[in-house]
Design a protein around this ligand. Structure first.
Ligand code: WT7
Length: 666
């Protein structure tokens, strides 16, 4: 159930009025405009005839095995069909056609492993491996329509696996390698995956980090799984199940290199990607082939300004998130781009690792998250200044609101004071970029995602769904269907309608609060539901609360996202203990142990990214008379603010109790 909170609940009034008072503006450089892929005319073309615009994009950017006759079928809204009678194969579009066009020798992936190993993979190499992997999947019992779970580090096999699935029409469900075995198991079960593709492990902060044990754990209770394909990456010892496990390298070598990509209907499911919602259960967001690929390719071309012959592109996301799906795999590869794929963290073995990679590969387009920029800012500009970053000509950011100071730092220190920055707003559900400046076209405003990309229609509306005037705040909505829109929630059409289409009649509610400034630029303020954004990763308060309550010592838990300078938001949990645990926690020194135990428990249940920054043990939680937890008040405590209005609490002394309890020495 969606919580009907107000915008002010997500972003304080102060933030609302501060945002949009940014007067710095950066008009496009005419030299950039002259070469830009995105042109100002796109806006007029799209406004004049939106469907024709998207039909043109689909035909220009993709190769169709069978042309479509109808662009959009919205008769069964909110279930859209785009290009429905057209046929195409996503892997053919991302790989084979570039080889057929004579670009087989072009590097598709400059892989950089964390320990320093590298491999350049051309489009011809990629084609060979994708074809073999497709054959391995078929031999493992995967048929068109069957689901495959992918749980891998950021290595080329992640990209190859996704494309191999697309090639045979088996929707993939990539599960971020940082998620726990429990999280993996529930995703395998929900999608009834037939095969899991994983690795012995990957490298993380200078050390091998195992993945296979989590898969072994998940698979033993997963009746749907026939085979587990294991990539050898770290060569650490792994447990082996002769009936199920297959080494990737052995299977690929033995497989036939011949495979013809079969055309799929445009609406054939391409992938499921789980994301956190307002309830405890992650939603399997479903994307299909033609519309998704059209918008991923189009936005990657016009927003990132990709010139495939000359650019070296790098998106620092993980393929476990939608950013990796659309802007590492499908968008850039459909466009025939050359890109960097990096396995590790930005500070291994030193804090200049990213900038070293940019210098070495002459990266010209870089796409990352505001959290990363703020972290690098904290480390100091002396670090990037040691490297030659002059190849960079376009910078992008995604995942959370970017603040003007970080934006300016990004432009000056990383972009040499000239590279345009595109702040791109979109979601797992939207599939591709929706709101962003176009480099070379739009005058840039630091901190604002700015305007809908050509072909997309978004607005900011009030509680009643009416468009707000410039200078006012409200809810961010999308009022026209778009090609890469989600086609539903896997196995739950009702939840799809209820979650996205019921707040305002007939329009898509994104869950974000936003404000329009005097010029109509959109400033995204953050979520207005029970979803948190920690380092650009989406987490559900309810999901973490459920994880805490599943611990035998916890009676009740409330989780809030508190503002954090670096990570945007941080997870703060308030926990009521069960009877015996209360006494235990009161013993000298035991409280800290218990908090550590609970933090680890959340990591085990969901994954390390969900570990609360802070757990406060309290005697009571603030509740309304109807029993709803007032998270607003807990957020005040977590952010060290004076506690707001408590008059709607069933018992207004609860907040005093919480604060007295916190004042007690640990
Ligand atoms: C949520 C979607 C889109 C890929 C990464 C996250 C927030 C995303 C921005 C931005 C402000 C942003 C929103 C959105 N968000 N981009 N440029 N400015 N907020 O995908 O995990 O589906 O999360 O991320 O709150 O709803 P996701």
């Amino acid at each position: 159930m969606t919580r009907r909170s107000t915008v002010a609940d997500a972003a304080s009034e102060e933030t609302l009025s501060n945002l949009g008072h940014e007067d710095r503006e950066f008009p496009p450089d005419p030299a950039f405009t002259a070469q830009a892929v995105g042109k100002a005319e796109l806006y007029e073309q799209a406004d004049a005839d939106r469907e024709k615009f998207w039909a043109d994009q689909a035909r220009e950017r993709l190769t169709w095995s069978k042309d479509f006759t109808q662009t959009l079928d919205w008769s069964d809204a909110p279930f859209a069909k785009w290009y429905a009678d057209g046929q195409l194969n996503a892997a053919y579009n991302c790989v084979d056609r570039h080889v057929e066009a004579g670009n087989g020798d072009r590097v598709a992936l400059h892989f950089v492993g964390e320990p320093g190993d590298t491999e350049d993979i051309t489009y011809a190499d990629l084609q060979d491996r994708v074809k073999r992997a497709a054959n391995v999947l078929l031999e493992s019992g995967v048929a068109k329509g069957d689901r495959v779970a992918i749980y891998l580090p950021m290595i080329p096999e992640a990209v190859i696996s996704m494309l191999a699935c697309a090639r045979i029409g088996a929707p993939h469900s990539v599960v971020f390698g940082g998620f726990s075995s429990d999280a993996l198991r529930s995703r395998i079960a929900d999608a009834e995956a037939k095969v899991v593709i994983t690795a012995d492990g990957g490298y993380r902060r200078g050390k091998p980090s195992a993945l296979k044990p989590a898969v072994d754990d998940a698979v033993k209770d997963s009746p749907s799984v026939l085979k587990v394909l294991v990539v050898q990456r770290t060569k650490e010892e792994v447990a082996w199940n002769d009936e199920k496990d297959l080494w990737w390298h052995e299977a690929l070598e033995a497989a036939s290199p011949e495979h013809t990509a079969e055309p799929m209907d445009a609406e054939h499911p391409l992938f499921i990607l789980y994301t956190s919602g307002t309830t405890g259960k992650p939603k399997g967001i479903l994307h299909t082939t033609g519309g998704y690929l059209t918008q991923a390719a189009y936005t990657n071309a016009v927003v990132h300004d990709v010139h495939p012959e000359t650019d070296v592109y790098w998106c620092s996301a993980d393929v476990g998130w939608v950013t990796g799906h659309s802007y590492i795999v499908y968008g850039p590869l459909a466009n025939g781009a050359t890109q960097v794929l990096y396995e590790g963290t930005p500070d291994t073995p030193h804090k200049g690792r990213w900038w070293e990679i940019i210098q070495q590969h002459k990266v010209s387009i870089f796409y990352t998250a505001p959290t990363a920029i703020r972290t690098c800012m904290k480390w100091g500009k002396e670090i990037p200044e040691k490297f030659d970053l002059s190849s960079l000509r376009v910078l992008g950011s995604v995942g959370e609101p970017s603040n003007p100071e970080a934006w300016i730092w990004y432009r000056d220190v990383i972009g040499g004071g000239k590279a345009p920055i595109v702040d791109t707003w979109w979601q797992t559900e939207t599939g591709a970029i929706m709101v962003s400046a176009l480099p070379g076209v739009t005058t840039l405003k630091p901190g604002s995602a700015q305007i809908a990309v050509p072909g997309i229609s978004v607005d900011v509306v009030d509680e009643q769904g009416n468009s707000v005037d410039n200078g006012h705040g409200g809810y961010l909505i999308i009022d026209k269907p778009w090609p890469s829109m989600l086609r539903g929630i896997w196995g739950d059409p009702e939840r799809f309608k209820e979650t996205y289409w019921s707040r305002f009649k007939g329009i898509y509610f994104a869950g974000d609060g936003a404000k329009k400034d005097e010029q109509g630029n959109i400033w995204v303020l953050g979520r207005v539901d029970d979803v948190m954004n920690v380092s650009g990763h989406r987490l559900s308060t309810t999901e973490i609360e459920s994880a805490l309550v599943s611990h035998p010592k916890v009676a009740e838990a409330a989780v809030v996202g508190a503002t954090d300078e670096t990570t945007g938001q941080a997870v703060c949990a308030f926990v009521i203990l069960r009877g015996d645990a209360v006494q235990e926690a009161d013993e000298p020194g035991e409280g800290a142990d218990l908090v550590a135990e609970l933090r680890n428990h959340v990591a085990k249940e969901i994954g390390a990214i969900a570990k609360p920054r802070q757990i406060l043990i309290v005697a009571e939680l603030p509740k309304t008379r109807s029993g709803k937890i007032m998270r607003r008040l807990l957020r005040d405590v977590a952010e060290n603010r004076e506690v707001g209005d408590v008059t709607t609490l069933a018992d207004s002394s609860v907040m005093d109790l919480i604060q007295q309890g916190l004042a007690k020495p640990a």
